[in-house]
Design a protein around this ligand. Structure first.
Ligand SMILES: *Cc1c(COP(=O)(O)O)cnc(C)c1O
Ligand SMILES: [Zn+2]
Length: 424
């Protein structure tokens, strides 16, 4: 039974039917899905959720599909890792990593939004799905389209990492590399969406797509034992995931799945080479001034974020904050996470780790409160970002004597992993 009743404009409140619409005809504001929360409160208990398969569809009453979901049956329910070695390194008491670097099937948080968007596109009867992407979204749309047997066109900046490009093309979509940055790709795709009538998951299907991001927040709460953390650090690109994590926490309270008064403070993390939201936040402004991206964190390099304003609002409403970090700090963040927790993230995750470090050092995040770091993508796709910052393997012949010599030449302290002495 469907729990959604329509769409509404986030700015002027005008109502629309459930359809592939995304902007308000009256004020051009973004449209958002409306739920019947009373009915959800009746149906959806912790026991019901816990009895279901370990995928994002365990929260289906809070997602905008009407019938059975058709794709993403194994997406979501990624690990919430208790990160004790990273906590020791930062000098904090209670730290977790929500690890979407191992999301199924394409190793990023985008498998959540795409599962919902393509299930919805199939309900609407589309035969072609598409997206404007910084890389991960194209990977996920390509894979889910293949699984669903849909035609697929993806649009990406031409200069992406090899792992991100092959990570799409292997699934057999038509891939189009645009000579320009993501903002150029997105502008072109808005015109193509109008003209060709395809399901662009992050354009005309956007109100449904963005709802999928809530599952990241639902899972954090469930995996903490139906409890909310005090601090959550989220990377920001177009601004989908951060406000939806905030919305997820609110909805859990609204439908009675979470009690108590904890209001998580939410922090946005951006790369210094593309930080339009951080600039506005630090200036105390509501106006996001677009920038031209220049950073190794390509997956979050969006200079003109569609939902940047809603990121600012969610961060401020929560009492949180945000910071930007340099590419060097991002690489260091990737290494710190890998060497303390054994998790290899891409530059977006390195950004989140490095921003968390900065916020703790600033005293913005107290050391004795609970913290969740959002890791949204996988490092195996972005080898280029770290290839010059890791020790190359030694090369020897297959002779014990050569290894003996090598071993003797290595100082005992040259283990590249962060040892106990570096943890404080
Ligand atoms: C898309 C993406 C994000 C966040 O993007 P939003 O548009 O702000 O939701 C974060 N990390 C990775 C790895 C991504 O691919
Ligand atoms: Zn409106």
């Amino acid at each position: 039974m469907s729990t959604i009743t329509g769409l509404t404009c986030r700015e002027c409140g005008q109502e629309y039917p459930i359809a592939p619409l995304h902007v308000c005809e009256t004020c051009f504001g973004p449209l958002e899905v409306v739920y019947d929360y009373d009915s959800i409160r009746q149906q959806l208990t912790r026991e019901v959720i816990e009895s279901r398969p370990r995928s994002l569809w365990r929260y289906r009453e809070l997602l905008p599909v009407s019938g059975e979901p058709t794709v993403g049956l194994h997406s979501g329910f990624t690990p919430l890792v208790k990160a004790d070695r990273l906590a020791a390194y930062f000098g904090v008491k209670e730290l977790y990593v929500k690890d979407d670097s191992v999301n199924h099937p394409t190793f990023s948080y985008k498998d959540r939004v795409v599962s919902v968007a393509i299930s919805k596109a199939m309900e609407f009867g589309f035969d072609t799905v598409s997206c404007a992407s910084t890389g991960n979204l194209a990977n996920s749309v390509s894979a889910h389209a293949a699984r669903a047997g849909l035609r697929c066109f993806i649009f990406i900046p031409a200069d992406l990492e090899q792992g991100k490009i092959i990570g799409s093309t292997i699934y057999g979509p038509r891939a189009v590399g645009i000579r320009g940055n993501y903002d150029d790709v997105n502008r072109l795709c808005s015109e193509i969406a109008d003209k060709y009538g395809w399901a662009f998951v992050n354009i005309n299907i956007r109100p449904y797509y963005t709802e999928g991001a809530k599952t990241y927040g639902f899972e954090i709460a469930e995996q903490l034992g139906w409890r909310l953390p005090q601090h959550v650090i989220v990377p920001t690109a177009g601004g989908t995931i951060l406000p939806k994590v905030a919305k997820a926490f609110e909805e859990l309270k609204k439908v009675g799945l979470i009690e108590g008064s904890v209001r998580p403070k939410i922090y946005t993390a951006q790369a210094a080479g593309c930080a339009p939201v951080i600039h506005a936040l630090h200036k105390g402004s509501d106006l996001i001034v677009p920038v031209k991206p220049n950073t190794i964190a390509k997956s979050i390099a969006i200079g003109n974020p569609a939902d940047g304003y809603y990121v600012l609002r969610a961060v401020r409403d929560s009492g949180g904050w945000g910071e930007a970090v340099t590419d060097a700090e991002i690489v260091e963040g990737i290494q710190i996470l890998a060497r303390t927790e054994g998790i290899f993230t891409e530059p977006a995750g390195g950004t989140t780790v490095a921003v968390t470090k900065k916020l703790i050092e600033q005293g913005r995040i107290p050391r004795n409160e609970s913290i969740v770091i959002c890791i949204t993508g996988n490092g195996y796709k972005t080898i280029e970002a770290v290839v010059n910052d890791v020790e190359s393997p030694f090369e020897i012949n297959a002779r014990l004597q050569e290894f003996d010599e090598l071993y003797r030449s290595l100082a005992p302290t040259t283990t590249p992993a962060l040892g106990a002495s570096e943890l404080h």
